[in-house]
Design a protein. Structure first.
Lengths: 436, 301, 429
């Protein structure tokens, strides 16, 4: 290469690369923009964080004290720690694995495109997607739909979910047990409620009180629900409930079992002398399995992290693939020729060569994680937002909620900044060491 | 990214050599089938939510709220293009589509150019305070956008940039630079010193070294950066909502104006997401060939 | 150079014209051709289209261009940044009186002029003026309101048990129990959204404690540990505390979902409590017809209380006081503007001079009439009056505390203490 006239106006120095002046034209455009639009706001925030909400009164470190004494901040800190520990490592790891593996398939571009797709969807829309993916109702949320489908394949749901005796029965582990004991010759009237009359099986017959039988315990289980009907009485249009299991219990032991007929009647023909308690086993009324409450307080942070992983893996894979393609094939081949297994090549050659790019990706992800707030805001229902809280979200709410306290918000921003500084310093140090 | 091949020491036990032939090859072949299946599964896993979104964009709101997207397999009659027809017929959406280009293209080019220049200086030109400057610049990466809204608003108000595309572009450039510099500086710093020194010996100016040596080597990094910078600007809503006016509003803001007050709005969001996804995907396909291209192959051979 | 002079001259004369116009009185047809008024509001989608029709009428009358910016949920952010940037809009519609007060104290919003004030006084009950006043000065008026004292019910579910709309809280509980016998939950509560829960509380509190206590609690002049608060929470617990009455998963149910739970294809509840805008959710998200399948009854009387309405609303305020801005404010305060939107549907106004017949259907007419008839017994949504940290932040303050109460309605005392602690902190600032 020969020096030509296309150098910038700076004179060609005797020792190229040693002149500070030559750096100026390279740096100036970026530095100007950064100073005006990023550094100035940062300094502004730093100063602003010592003033109150109106910005008129100097309050010293009060905003910082308030922030650290707010219990929400502690939750946010805890969640941020979980995020930082889990999410960037997971995404970098997945990105690395996928990037390496895609080198072995022909449809690598298609695969990368698929994983890149979530990045092309706005965070807001992605949030809505995952809000729906994890929706609790199995007719809306795909995860619960799959769970319920699998569950129902193995254990079908009960016939009368949610139904319960009107009164006189106590819910126990085993089912609804009568409060009063009965004996052979009695008639048990068992009005059930909490079930839609329209869902009663078609074969059900109108309910009528059974006659007392000598030596037999007889009874009726019917749905005591009708417009204008009397509670506890068998009204004309009310029907018996077929197929309900009934147990007779004596001293805690089940002594007889039976099932109601189409008219809702049941009979225990040969009960020995003495009192028994009638019990309707729980299995009659078991509520259908509805899946998991993913968006509840317990699982909300893992759920949001999973959606972030879905979004960001495309980012990691793109950069790591770029890094991989930069690795000289010779180095890999040399190792292979030396008899290294693929795993050894990966461990001893690929990873060390890739470590700079892995670090860039990792640090970027850490910072991205600390700044995350839209996903939390959109995915977490309001009732668990405090459980899912992160610092950036809190800052957004504090500074721009309708209360608009820029002072306290700025304090949070400064804290956030101080949190990330170590990561930056680490990265810079590493570079200095490497180059010296 | 370090490209220094000669520094890598390969400490592979020699005893591994004889085993390699058969075992490794068989394992490799079996492994390849396994890899295919595994990656296919991963791809499906990633596609399911996108597919759900696609179906949601093809059903109306009441169908979407009544049942999950998978019910279309039994009720394909529910599918409709009405959501797309409505958006495409909307003039404001088209105008905003153009605005998005006016914002995203300059914001991307400016970031890539400015960051390449600055990164070169920060990695290969020595000047006092270079380390400190690097730390400060890259440290700005953590600055959350929200923090800057008010101060930048004051600044833009004073310079009459409020409600202009220029203002929105400048904001995106400023907040794209720290990441861009962080990325490119790391990449540039990994370029073998010999390459640079050789050029200096030849008497090349910094500008020539930058253009002839550094840029070609850094193509993959620059391509990746371009994609993501474009993507971030393309999908931004907050900055545009605050700093753009109605006439310069990008697609995200225009789509947002279509939303109903209540409900998930999944039909509108999904349709909008697919419409606005086309461009970033095209950009990805356009640039991806650059970052899978061998780097050293492009520079030294 | 010459052009600039001409422009200056034109400016001077137009300013002069504006001055004489102002002195001349309140003729409805000011000529404002060539001027542009910018409005920022929360409305998007259909609401935006309807509001733009209102603005179109203003343009037809005055010749002024009107630009509307839909800011949605980010409205506070947009306004705060634009004010700091020195380029506020002419007029904004703000749903939070607390934000209006904050802007008023900072001097960003301007007090309305005498004409607008007169229009507000003439067309609204006196209580509405208080909502928009800060330190005795009137800063605006409620342009669009929400009647937050309505229970929406499924006609089918009521028929199944032969129920009629309950007039008292005890009747409501009784009806609820009857409905739950059919296996349907009585009420679907949108507990994932804190604001629905504050609306529940406010309606009960306004009825059990009365308007005076309501005002005091809204200003935090009585603590949340007051016996009146306990009474209201205990009444609420009668309903919320019975798991057979409330549809499951209430804390994961967002407001639109709570409506769909009642009127959607697979209904899981018979009633949902919320404002008039429930009707629009029903229309867009379900096949049910408002007025036939979906009806409403006013929030029932608790312990013999009189009719009262909790209302929300968007207040029109002005950031500039030039002629065009004032004219727009005058127009928005007049019945003419509200009538346009009223006819398009999805709109209620506190303006008593909008003829009832302007509202498109029986249900809307009834909802509007109840607001106007309640007169000075209307109270503004208390949580909107409170500092946002207490009454308007997801996952914090009153929203979170009432969600905790919904999760465990027996727990009255700890909840009251938490409410008081959070309120003290938020109001203390």
């Amino acid at each position: 290469m020969t020096p030509k006239k296309w150098g910038l106006s700076t004179s060609v120095d005797a020792a190229p690369g040693r002149s500070p002046r030559q750096a100026i034209p390279f740096l100036l455009p970026a530095l100007l923009v950064l100073a005006a639009l990023v550094l100035y706001p940062l300094v502004f925030s730093l100063i602003r964080s010592f003033f109150d909400a109106t910005g008129d009164e100097f309050v010293g470190v009060r905003n910082y004290v308030d922030t650290f004494t707010d219990p929400r901040t502690l939750t946010a800190f805890r969640n941020n720690v979980i995020w930082v520990v889990v999410a960037p490592a997971a995404v970098t790891g997945l990105g690395l694995i996928f990037a390496v593996l895609t080198e072995r398939i022909r449809w690598a571009t298609a695969f990368r495109l698929v994983l890149f797709m979530p990045m092309a969807i706005s965070l807001f829309a992605s949030g809505i997607i995952f809000r729906l993916v994890y929706e609790e109702a199995p007719n809306q949320g795909v995860v619960n739909a799959v769970l319920v489908g699998v569950h129902d394949m193995f254990s079908p749901s009960s016939q009368y979910p949610g139904a319960r005796p009107r009164e006189g029965y106590t819910a126990t582990e085993a089912g609804f047990a009568a409060n009063k004991p009965v004996r052979a010759g009695d008639t048990v009237m068992l009005p059930l409620i909490g079930f839609n009359p329209q869902q009663v099986p078609a074969q059900a017959l109108p309910a009528s009180t059974p006659q007392a039988g000598d030596g037999e315990l007889r009874g009726l289980v019917w749905l005591d629900v009708s417009a204008g009907g009397d509670a506890g009485k068998v009204d004309v249009i009310e029907r018996g409930l077929p197929g309900i299991a009934v147990e007779a219990v004596r001293d805690g032991q089940v002594v007889a079992r039976t099932t109601t007929g189409d008219d809702g009647r049941f009979t225990f023909p040969d009960l020995a002398v003495g009192e028994v308690t009638v019990r309707l086993p729980r299995s009659n009324f078991e509520l259908p399995f509805r899946g998991q409450t993913w968006l509840g307080p317990g699982l909300i942070t893992p759920v949001i992290i999973s959606s972030w992983i879905w979004i960001m893996t495309g980012f990691a894979i793109t950069f790591i693939a770029a890094g991989l393609s930069a690795i000289p094939r010779d180095a890999l081949e040399a190792a292979r020729v030396d008899g290294a297994t693929e795993w050894q090549v990966f461990r001893r050659v690929t990873i060390p060569l890739l470590s700079p790019v892995l670090l860039v990706v990792f640090v970027t992800l850490v910072i991205n994680v600390l700044k995350i707030f839209e996903l939390v805001f959109v995915i977490a229902p309001g009732s668990v937002q405090s459980e899912a809280n992160v610092l950036a979200l809190q800052m957004w709410q504090v500074s721009f909620g309708t209360g608009g306290d820029q002072g306290a918000g700025s304090a949070l921003a400064v804290i956030l900044f101080l949190l990330v500084a170590p990561a930056m310093l680490f990265n810079i140090r590493r570079f200095r060491r490497e180059r010296s | 990214m370090t490209l220094v091949a000669e520094e890598v020491r390969i400490d592979v036990p020699v005893s591994g050599a004889p085993r390699r032939g058969v075992v490794s090859r068989v394992f490799g072949r079996l492994g390849n089938g396994f890899v295919q299946v595994l990656l296919a599964l991963v791809a499906v896993f990633w596609l399911v939510p996108v597919f759900g979104l696609l179906i949601a964009s093809l059903r109306d709101e009441s169908a979407n709220t009544a049942s999950g997207w998978w019910t279309v397999f039994t009720k394909p009659a529910e599918l409709t293009l009405a959501n797309y027809a409505e958006l495409v017929a909307n003039h404001a959406v088209w105008q905003s589509f153009l605005n998005t280009f006016y914002i995203a293209v300059p914001a991307t080019i400016l970031v890539v150019v400015m960051a390449s220049l600055a990164s070169y200086a920060l990695s290969w030109i020595e000047f006092p305070g270079r380390e400190t400057l690097t730390v400060v610049v890259v440290g700005l990466l953590v600055m959350p956008i929200q923090v800057a809204l008010i101060p930048v608003a004051k600044l833009f108000g004073a310079f009459g940039l409020f409600g202009t595309i220029t203002g929105v572009v400048l904001f995106h450039v400023a907040f794209g630079l720290p990441f861009a510099i962080f990325l490119l500086r790391n990449f540039f710093a990994g370029i073998p010193r010999d390459l640079i020194e050789a050029a200096r010996m030849d008497g090349a100016t910094e500008w020539v070294i930058f253009k002839r040596v550094v840029l070609p080597v850094a193509k993959p990094a620059i391509a990746s950066l371009t994609i993501f910078q474009f993507l971030w600007v393309w999908n931004d809503m907050l900055v545009a909502l605050v700093f753009a006016d109605q006439d310069s509003a990008p697609i995200t803001v225009a789509l947002r104006a279509q939303l109903r007050q209540f409900g998930t709005n999944i039909d509108l969001l999904a349709t909008g997401a697919f419409l606005s996804m086309i461009v970033p995907l095209a950009v990805f396909l356009l640039f991806q060939k650059y970052f899978v291209q061998g780097v050293l192959a492009g520079s030294t051979k | 150079m010459r052009k600039q002079w001409i422009a200056l001259l034109a400016l001077a004369t137009s300013g002069l014209a504006a001055c004489t116009g102002g002195a001349g009185g309140t003729s409805a047809t000011e000529n404002l051709t060539g001027q542009t008024v910018e409005v920022v509001g929360p409305w998007t989608g259909d609401e935006q289209k309807n509001f733009e029709k209102v603005l179109q009428e203003f343009k037809t009358r005055t010749g002024a261009e009107v630009k509307y910016t839909p800011a949605g949920d980010e409205l506070p952010t947009v306004l705060q940044t634009r004010i700091s940037g020195g380029t506020p809009p002419n007029v904004a519609l703000i749903a939070q009186p607390g934000l209006v007060a904050q802007f008023a104290k900072a001097g960003a919003v301007k007090p309305v002029n005498a004409d607008v004030e007169k229009a507000v006084t003439d067309h609204n009950a006196a209580v509405w003026k208080q909502f928009a006043s800060v330190d005795g000065k009137l800063y605006g008026f409620t342009f669009k309101t929400a009647n937050k004292s309505a229970f929406w019910y499924s006609e089918k579910a009521f028929q199944q048990v032969g129920a009629t709309p309950p007039a008292t809280w005890d009747d409501l509980i009784k009806t609820s129990k009857a409905i739950s016998e059919t296996g349907l939950a009585a009420v679907s509560v949108g507990g994932a959204d804190g604001w629905t829960l504050t609306d529940w509380f406010e309606n009960v509190y306004l009825r059990t404690a009365g308007p005076e206590n309501y005002d005091k609690l809204a200003k935090h002049e009585i603590p949340w540990t007051d016996p009146t608060v306990r009474k209201a929470l205990e009444e609420l617990a009668k309903l919320w505390g019975d798991p057979t009455l409330i549809a499951g998963g209430a804390l994961q149910t967002e407001f639109p979902k709570s409506v769909i739970n009642v009127f959607g294809e697979q209904s899981s509840a018979a009633m949902v409590f919320e404002a008039d805008f429930v009707a629009s959710v029903i229309t867009t998200n379900t096949k049910a017809k408002v007025g036939q399948d979906a009806k409403f009854f006013p929030f029932p009387s608790v312990a013999g209380s009189k009719d009262a309405v909790v209302a929300g609303g968007d207040m029109a305020v002005q950031f500039k006081d030039d002629k065009a801005t004032t004219e727009l404010m005058k127009f928005l305060a007049s019945p003419d503007s509200g009538k346009i939107w009223a006819e398009l549907g999805g709109f209620l106004s506190p303006n008593k001079d909008i003829p009832e017949s302007s509202y498109p259907d029986d249900v809307t007419q009834d909802l509007a009439k109840r607001i106007v008839d309640a007169g000075d017994n209307v109270r503004f949504d208390m949580s909107d009056l409170a500092p946002a940290a207490f009454g308007g932040t997801k996952g914090a303050g009153e929203w979170k505390d009432l969600q905790d109460f919904l999760a465990d309605p027996k727990n009255v005392d700890p909840i009251m203490q938490r409410l008081e602690a959070n309120a003290a902190k938020a109001y203390g600032k």
